[in-house]
Each structure stands twice: as C-alpha cells, then as structure tokens.
Design a binder for this molecule. Structure first.
Ligand code: SF4
Length: 324
C-alpha cells in the first residue's frame, strides 16, 4: 500500500509502533501535526479525491476507544457486544461503505496507543465475557503487515479467555493460527458486486479460497453475506455465490454465517449523497425506518429470506444470523 503523505501527531512520535510504521513506509513524505483532527476533521475536504491519493495519519486516541455495538450491527447472539476503533477508514473502497457518510475524510488514521485499548478491554472484562468486533471501521487484516493491529487483537485473545474477537475482512489473507477465541469473518459478495462496488478488494474466488484454508487450519471462520445488495439479477448472483462458496468451504465446518441486507443510518446516507452525487448505491430510493435507510420492507424481507434459504441448503438455520 502506498500512501502519498504520512501525517504524524506530535505525541505519537514517541510510540515504538509509530517508528515501526515509518520504517516500513521508508521514503514517504512525513508531515508533523499537532492533532489528527486538525487534518482529519478539516472542513470542505474532497473525500472521493482523497481516496485516490490516500494519506496516512498516525495518532494517539483519547476518549472512547471501545463502543457498544450499534443497532445496525449484528451481535451474532453475543451479549456484551462492542466494537473497537483502532484505525479509521480502509484501504479498500466499497461504494456502499457507511464510512463514506461517517467520516469527513478518506484519509486513514492508525492509532498507536494500543496499550490503552488493552486497558479498556480489561476494564470491560471485569464485568464478564466480552465480544469485540475489532475490524469494523477498517480492515485490520488487510493492513496487518504495516500496522500489526490484527496481531495485537490476536494476542489479546490469546491472553484473555473471556474475550472473543472478530476480525472481518475483504482481503484474501492467509490465516495461519487457530486461536479458539478469534473469529475470522470473510465477507463474500457476488462477482458483479465486487467488480462494480468493491474497489481494490480481493476477488471473491480468492476470498473463498482463503476462508477454506483458514477452516482447514482449524480457525474459527464466519462467512458474511452482508451487505446483500440489490443488483439487477440479484437472485441468480447470490445463488451462484453461495453455491460456489459451499463447494469451496464445507459449510458445516463454519462457526456461523451472517446475512444482512444493505442498511445505513439515514444521517450517514445524507452525507454520503452529498459527497458522492454520482453513486448508484447512495441514490437508491431507500425506505427510512427508525432513522435507518434500507430497502423497501417487502424487498428487504424477500432478499434476506432468499439468501438465508440458499445458505440453509448447506447448513443448519441455527448457524445463520440476521441483523433484524
Ligand atoms: S472493506 Fe469494509 S470498511 Fe473497507 S471500504 Fe469496504 S465496506 Fe468499508
């Protein structure tokens, strides 16, 4: 991954991880800044253009680092469900990504004070077992070679039995461990969706092979058919995808499967439409319910039931989780 510029917050300089990242980006232009928000939260940024020339911001995260899961996220049957934000933004560029409505910038931020994340999780663990989705606002596995953040969460899981970590990805990563409390969640989309809306991600075949290898290694693997996108021939496309996935990966060996139709907070959708006036996904005439933009109720239900039905041909329905 090539970043055009690297911004480093003054107080992040002393962190060993900052130095490690800078060594790996040998040759990048480094600009010192006071606070990451001075760059990331600037007004009138051109987020689509920034995506073409992405900069990296190395910073220290104060305040909240671990958040309660939002209603649009799936808890996968877990009680104390949190997500962590140790990086913001993603090397990939999915047209439907809610981050486009959430952040004012497309530049990536990597936080280097991981020890504070450790303390935060340990604090939560005092109240009982905790489930953390560590890779929600980014793709930690895709960038692990540079940041080591996925390794940090794996290490957290290894050393804390009551912690369950999900690492979600659209990369075709090689999973070489089988830590019992780490779930590798591979998001799969039909080829048509990958080609049209998931720029820079791994091909769906490569993701299926990676998930299959992870299962062979004894890792816990989740498949995510989320978001399910309404493309013209969506029924055929999702049937082919699920048949292909099932022939590559023994579905009975999966930990579980998540299914969710596209949905986004109505507020994020408004921002996304403003920033991306030509986006087909953003400008679909969604139905707004309880502040969440989603497909019209009949279609939404049909899509979810159809995809669950296809998966149900290969594995028990009790393994399939949906967001609503
Ligand atoms: S991989 Fe996930 S986080 Fe990254 S751009 Fe796509 S939807 Fe967003």
């Amino acid at each position: 991954m090539r970043f055009t510029h690297v911004y480093v917050e003054e107080r992040a300089e002393e962190y060993p991880l900052t130095q490690k990242i800078l060594e790996k980006l040998n040759g990048a232009d480094v600009i010192k800044i006071r606070h990451y928000k001075d760059v990331f939260d600037r007004k009138r940024q051109n987020a689509p253009l920034q995506k073409e020339h992405q900069a990296l911001i190395i910073a220290v995260r104060d305040g909240s680092r671990i958040f309660k899961g939002a209603p649009v996220c799936q808890s996968m049957g877990q009680k104390n469900f949190y997500y962590a934000s140790s990086m913001m933004n993603c090397p990939f560029d999915c047209e439907y990504c809610y981050l486009k409505g959430m952040y004012p910038s497309s530049n990536m931020v990597v936080f280097v004070n991981l020890e504070d994340y450790r303390k935060d999780v340990e604090e939560k663990l005092k109240e009982g077992p905790v489930y953390v989705c560590a890779s929600y606002d980014t793709d930690l596995l895709a960038l692990n070679g540079l940041t080591g953040h996925a390794d940090f969460w794996r290490d957290m899981a290894r050393t804390h039995d009551d912690l369950l970590v999900e690492l979600r990805t659209k990369a075709a990563v090689d999973v070489t461990d089988n830590i019992s409390n780490v779930i590798y969640a591979f998001t799969l989309s039909p080829e048509e969706v990958v080609e049209r809306y998931e720029r820079h991600t791994a091909s769906v075949d490569a993701r299926i092979s990676a998930a299959s290898r992870a299962v062979e290694n004894g890792a816990k693997v989740r498949l995510c058919f989320d978001p399910v996108i309404r493309i013209p021939e969506w029924k055929d496309a999702y049937k082919k995808l699920i048949d292909d996935a099932a022939s590559g990966i023994g579905f009975d060996r999966l930990t579980d499967v998540s299914v969710g139709t596209f949905r986004i907070s109505a507020d994020y959708l408004t921002k996304m439409r403003k920033a991306y006036p030509d986006s087909e996904i953003a400008w679909y005439p969604y139905f707004i319910k309880d502040g969440i933009a989603q497909y019209e109720p009949g279609l939404d239900k049909d899509m979810q039931e159809y995809v669950c039905g296809l998966i149900g041909e290969y594995t028990g329905r009790e393994k399939i989780f949906t967001w609503n």
